[in-house]
Design a protein around this ligand. Structure first.
Ligand SMILES: Cc1cc2nc3c(=O)[nH]c(=O)nc-3n(C[C@H](O)[C@H](O)[C@H](O)COP(=O)(O)OP(=O)(O)OC[C@H]3O[C@@H](n4cnc5c(N)ncnc54)[C@H](O)[C@@H]3O)c2cc1C
Length: 507
């Protein structure tokens, strides 16, 4: 049997392990299976600790699926003089790109167009920042072959990379490279499965009702049954919901909205765009072409008060603001009709005075009565956040844990890209390439399902992909498939069109 399949998550494994966790006492209970919680489960399990990790909904249900998908070197922190935070980002970017997830994270070029609104002084400052960022890359030992350095582009080359740009008055562009996830939710799924492969009991649809100091009261959200998970220590990685479980934690969430533009809206766009936000010194909107032909435009930063919703809404005013910024640099206007969908996420920022855009993105690890809460930070640094949380948890509960191993532990699917085996015919070479891009070294295991079930479901995926997610990636219902194992659900029309196929894959 393919050893990677030990990491398979599915309904049958959930039922079996749910029974076991109610009977045993684990070393570590992790609450929340976003990037941080999944990372903590992997960190603890790979140090030889027994681990249960639960989520009230699904893997990547929270903020982790609403990101801009940048695995970034922390340029913004550099600009604010937070060199330590920037270095940590650059180091973690290198770990993902080079060792743990090269199949999920790629280098991607970004262009800052030098429009008449960008002064020569601002241009010089931005370029100096890019050079510093490149120096951090060197310090973090990420080879230039994985992440090229910055350069100045002519106007013609700038428009070749982003043909929709307004050429009038364009002096050229500044080109920089950064890491980028193909899909943030799939990173979480890969981390959670890798944790499961190290023996962690990864259980979705299990809500922590209360942390007791010796574990948690938990409700199985599928049956309504309540039970206790006993643990030597609990890691609270519930993101923006962390304060609900640990009242000593005060968060000030901030909303970030992205638009999803229909394929073909900005044709031929190869590089991402950094668009300076008028009136702001150091903030840029991001325009990111996606592998599926859609283009994402982000992102706002608005403090939100009041109860934290399960799924935040993207308000119309955010949509208008983003379109306005985008249209400021384009030749032909992108209209509201080109916006096929919009999504919003809440940053789990620690409360402090000041604008949320200025709050530090550094993470915090707070230890209390049998509970370690880990909040803040970012997707890029999930591994480091997990390491710090598990270090603190081991100390608090006096656990005999080995040293952290995750900086060298490849995630499920990492490894040399497999060559097309003879069982995959020449005429299926395109499908094989798609599978290697999406599943890395697991492509060969997915292929038989895709061959047997080639019916398209959207975004170039097939019913076979959905079946793979049900059997190995822990999808329990159609929403898991449409919204987190694939991102078909980002556009309501596409979601509706694929709903029947998703239901039948579950059945
Ligand atoms: C708009 C936006 C863009 C961003 N872009 C980037 C980016 O490009 N690059 C980057 O590095 N970072 C980015 N970030 C930051 C990054 O996305 C977050 O810091 C990160 O995803 C937080 O992950 P998390 O695991 O801590 O929280 P979450 O992903 O929110 O996970 C928390 C989990 O806890 C579960 N949960 C809650 N309560 C309970 C309970 N009682 N019992 C059980 N489970 C529970 C939830 O269901 C959820 O799945 C962005 C953030 C936003 C908002």
């Amino acid at each position: 049997m393919d050893s990677s399949l030990d990491s398979s998550l599915n309904a049958r494994r959930r039922t079996r392990e749910l029974k076991l966790v109610a009977e045993e006492r684990v070393d570590v209970l992790v609450v929340g299976l976003g990037a941080t919680g999944a990372g903590a489960a992997l960190d603890a399990a790979s140090r030889g600790l027994s681990v249960a990790a639960i989520d009230a909904h699904d893997l990547a249900f929270g903020t982790s699926r609403w990101s801009s998908k940048l695995i970034h070197g922390g340029l913004r922190y550099l600009a604010k003089g937070q060199v330590g935070v920037a270095y940590e980002s650059a180091a973690e970017r290198g770990v993902l790109l080079a060792r743990t997830a090269p199949h999920l994270v790629r280098a991607h070029p970004y262009v800052l167009p030098l429009t008449p609104e960008v002064s020569r002084r601002q241009q010089a400052l931005v370029m100096a920042g890019y050079r510093l960022g490149d120096a951090l890359r060197t310090a973090a030992r990420t080879p230039r072959r994985l992440l090229p350095g910055p350069s100045r582009l002519t106007a013609a080359r700038t428009r070749r990379l982003v043909p929709a740009l307004d050429g009038g008055g364009l002096r050229g562009g500044l080109l920089s490279w950064d890491g980028r996830l193909l899909d943030d939710a799939r990173l979480v799924v890969a981390v959670a499965r890798t944790a499961a492969g190290h023996g962690a009991r990864v259980l979705t649809r299990c809500r922590a009702l209360e942390l007791t100091g010796t574990g948690a009261r938990v409700r199985d959200e599928l049956t309504g049954e309540e039970f206790t998970i006993r643990a030597r220590v609990v890691i609270n990685a519930a993101g923006v919901w962390a304060g609900g479980l640990d009242p000593s934690v005060r968060l000030r969430p901030s909303r970030g909205t992205h638009l999803v533009l229909r394929p073909g809206t900005l044709p031929g766009m190869y590089a991402g765009l950094h668009v300076p936000i008028p009136g702001e010194r150091n903030r840029f909107a991001l325009v990111l072409p996606q592998p599926d032909g859609r283009v994402h435009v982000g992102l706002t930063d608005v403090a939100v008060d009041g109860p934290v919703p399960d799924v935040p809404e993207a308000p119309e005013e955010d949509v208008r603001t983003l379109l306005e910024v985008l249209n400021g640099v384009l030749e032909a206007e992108v209209t509201r009709e080109a916006v096929a969908g919009a999504y919003a996420g809440l940053r789990p920022l620690l409360a402090a005075d000041g604008r949320t855009a200025d709050l530090s993105r550094r993470h915090a690890v707070l230890a209390g009565d049998g509970v370690v809460t880990v909040v803040g930070g970012k997707l890029t640094t999930y591994r480091r956040m997990a390491q710090d949380a598990v270090d603190r948890a081991a100390e608090l509960a006096d656990l005999r844990a080995g040293r952290c191993r995750t900086a060298r532990l490849p995630l499920v699917g990492a490894g040399p890209a497999p060559r097309r085996p003879s069982s995959v015919p020449e005429r299926a070479a395109g499908t094989w390439r798609r599978l290697t891009e999406r599943y890395g070294s697991e492509a060969g295991a997915v292929w038989p399902l895709v061959r047997e079930h080639p019916e398209p479901v959207g975004l170039g995926l097939t019913e076979g992909d959905l079946l793979w997610s049900v059997r190995h990636e822990g999808a329990l219902d159609a929403a898991d498939l449409l919204d987190r194992r694939t991102r078909i659900g980002l556009v309501p029309g596409d979601r509706q069109a694929a709903a029947e196929a998703a239901e039948s894959a579950i059945a």
